[in-house]
Design a protein around this ligand. Sequence first.
Ligand code: NAD
Length: 305
Amino acid sequence: MAQPKERVAFIGLGVMGAGMAANLARKGFDTTVFNRSAAKAEPVVAAGARLAPSARDAVEGAGVVFLCLPATADVEAVLFGPAGIAARLAAGTVVVDTSTIDPVATRGFAQRLAAHGVMMLDAPVSGGQKGAVDGTLTCMVGGPDEALALARPFLAAMATTIVHIGGSGAGQVAKACNQICVSANLVGASEAMALAMKMGVDPARVREALLGGAARSVVLERHVQKLLDRDFRPGFRTALIAKDLAIAAKALDDARVFAPVSAVVLQVIKGLAASGRQDDDWCSVGDLVQQLSAIPQAGGPAQER
Ligand code: NAD
């Protein structure tokens, strides 16, 4: 494979960022990384990346800078906070934010960076930890063509589907649409599994049958399997889907979209977070549904929780 000369930086090496950054390093890109807790960088360094002592050090000399951080406030802090990187980015640098954050805030960040001659893409992803590790993510991109042309070879190391949705913020709008679809699917599937259990029918057999028909989905394939295994290790933390659905709810409200299903799903996920499952995988919503349906074992101490 051709070895691109340009240096790339990656900030935020959690569940998603670690796999994504490791793919950049493994595929021959000159990669420097930073994470708030350094221990998370170990597997990425093992894949060939260099660990920098700060975010500012990481971006020194990088032509493309990736962010994969929890929420809008984290992206703002890393870009513009007291130790923020914006002050260190050379004109012509492309910032690629793969975090799922607020689309309106994204547009504001892009404008502030543009004042320094720095381009920004919003490029949130779908595909979970497995997609990040395998390099098979779907990436929804908002921002200028020129920036995507520069970032595309790097994105291609992490994603097999890269869709340029539109201008700044459009990628985040697409991601909100994605979260609306998958969360309604998981809450519905959780209720279906609870019904099977209450009726004395094997939920694993029901899942198997549903996978062959119109109900087939990634949620049924992966998330419901995790639920039936009572494996509540994240994965995708409840706190993050709660954050995503709050973003989607605000966007739906601002755009005056009739969205009763999203309103209910948001309440269910808020209840899940309030039930002490903030840091569990969000498939634990199925466990909450079982608990509230008086299904034995539900709500009990899952081994991996
Ligand atoms: P995570 O909490 O596992 O990782 C976030 C990482 O950012 C952590 O390692 C944390 O230490 C680091 N961090 C936070 N603030 C920092 C700072 N100021 N400087 C440096 N590092 C900092 O979260 P994740 O699951 O990897 O998700 C990251 C983003 O991707 C979120 O916006 C999430 O919604 C989105 N996402 C997650 C999934 C998933 O399945 N986990 C899938 C698609 C998209």
